[in-house]
Every structure is written in structure tokens, then in C-alpha cells.
Design a protein around this ligand. Sequence first.
Ligand code: NDP
Length: 336
Amino acid sequence: MKRTRFTLVRRPQGRPVEADFALVEEELPALAEGEFLVANRYASLDPAIRGWLDDAPSYMPPVPLGEAVRATTVGEVVESRNPAFPVGQWVVGLHGIETHSIGRSDGFASPVDPALVPSPTHFLSALGAVGMTAWFGLERVLMPAPGQTLLVSAAAGAVGSLVGQLGRLKGCRTIGIAGGEAKCRRLVERYGYDAAIDHRGRDAEAIAEAIRAAAPEGVDRVFENVGGACLDGALLALRDGARVALCGLIAEYNAPAPVGARNLWQLIVRKATIRGFLVSEWLPEWPEGIAAMAALLREGKLVVDEHVDRGLDQAYAAFMRLFDGTNEGKMILEIA
Ligand code: NDP
């Protein structure tokens, strides 16, 4: 039996180009004791993948050259030498962008039941790492009080669109930053943001001015997904005692060198706190977050948008949407 894999053939310099990757067909090795074979249906395309392509110290080892690009996938077990993952079982796991992945009992894989959700893609969005990032980032890092002003960057994206909605449910006033008029309209009309700011063509000072126009007294909480001018602008518009959750810095993932923040002095002026976090910090508590998100979904209180592109041959183009901002919701690749 053969499988097709979207492999890394050379480490990207700055913005990845298509020649950094190759689609490779190979014979599947026989399963060892404890292993199981997953026919992947969907792969989650995440900004974090960009970091795993570099040979640099991080919270995970780099993707080895010649290997499938690492991604969370959801699919069905089609062959098994592991009783905990029998044939027919659906599995979410940190595997690869490939038709088939070999799972191991000591790997990161969990059985899931697709009958419980409208679509198995939800295990990669609201009920997956993205949903948990929004949930734990708010519940454990920002802990906003009702009436506080919450600012979110990449607010129309997978994480940001959920953060805005969860913040609103907690009684916050929400301000979202996104790229372009259409996305800004979506922030207000679809995700319930109270105000939207277009970051395109604006430097940090102009972004700060727009934030202050929407929140004259400053913002209490910042959920930062972007960095660069968005973070620098937010730092210029903090209220005293503000808290910033540093979730991601997508504006610098393709930069040749770190961009950094220029307005850190504002943390001193505003007696503010900044705290970086990884969603995996709360892995043992994920069932609690998943149950909470599932309940909100059942009650019709959450809009979940997913942008699904089809085919392994579209993996590169689909991944790059994240950096061009052409994804409308959680970026997912349909493999089968
Ligand atoms: P999104 O669905 O938000 O897609 C990325 C979006 O980022 C784009 O649509 C675009 O939105 C925006 N963007 C890209 N490049 C730039 C740029 N140069 N300047 C400004 N905006 C830009 O992705 P996710 O929701 O999956 O991820 C959002 C962030 O959360 C990322 O930084 C990611 O690394 C981080 N993250 C962190 C986790 C953690 O554990 N700490 C876990 C999961 C995600 P627009 O068109 O509006 O500009």
C-alpha cells in the first residue's frame, strides 16, 4: 500500500516558496506492535507550522528534511496493531500532511467520536487546539471582568474570531483588528465585535489612534496574535493595570530576523503585565475546555467558520493563505 506525503525538502528562508516542499509517494512500512494506521481526512494548517520548518530552538523539534510536514490531522484507523485504536476508530493526532499516518501508543493521538459533532473538522477548530487557545487564553491568562475592554488582533481568524465571541459572552466590550474592509465588517456583523480596526496601511501610531478612538480610556485586556505594528499600537493604548496575553506573532514568522516590540516602556507606564502562553500548558484540563466549547456550540452561542481547501496538491497554497490573510476562518486541508 502506498501513501502520498507533503514533505519538507529544504528549510525556507523567510517566506516559504513552493520549491521548499515536495509531494512524495512512498510504500507504507509494515506496522510494528503498538502502531496503527490512520487514513487522514483533514489536516489543520496552523501558523505554528512555519516555526517547525526552521532549524531553531523551539517547544518542538524541527520537522526533519524529507519528512512529512507536521500537522494535527483527523482521520480513521484503517489498520491496527493497538487495541486502544481499533480499525474504524476516529483519531485526532499530531501527525503529518499526508494521506496516511502511522500512530503510536506513546504519540500524541486521541480517539474521538464524529457522531458528536456536525463535522469532524470541528475537532481541528472550536473543539481542537484553536478553540482551546481561545478558551484557556481568556480563562487562565486574561481573566477579563464584565465591562472591561478586550482588544484582539487577527480578530477574524481561527483563534481571534472565537476570542471575540467568548469575550463578549463574558460581558466585555470587544475591539478587533483585521486586514481589509470585508474582514472588519465580518468582525462586527458575524462575531459581534463592538468595533473593528483595519490594520492595512497603518503603522503602530495610526493603529493606537484607532484603538483610542474606539476606547478613549484605553484597553484593559489584549489578546495578541500578530505582533509588529498591531502589538506596538496596542501597547500605546493600554489602560492602567492592563494585561496582555501573547498568543502569537504571525507578523514576524516569515521575517528574516525577529521584529520585536518597540513600546515596552508602556508596560512600565501603565503598570501592565505581558504573559506568553502555549495552549499545551493546560493539556490535562482540555476536557473541561472542550466541554465548555461544545456546550456553547450546542446552545448556538458560537459562530465557527472553517476555510476548507481540497487536495494535497493545494497544501502549499492553502498554508500560505495564513500569511496573506486570505483564509476566512480556521484553515483546513481536506486530504481524502
Ligand atoms: P488565523 O486564522 O488568524 O490566520 C492568520 C491571520 O493572521 C491571517 O488571516 C491574517 O489576518 C493575519 N496576519 C498574517 N500575517 C499578518 C501580518 N503580517 N500582519 C498582520 N496580520 C497578519 O490563524 P490562527 O487563528 O490559527 O492563529 C492566530 C495566532 O495564534 C498565530 O499567531 C498563531 O501562531 C497563534 N497561536 C498560538 C497558540 C499558542 O498556544 N500560543 C496556539 C494556536 C495559535 P488579517 O487578514 O486579518 O490580517
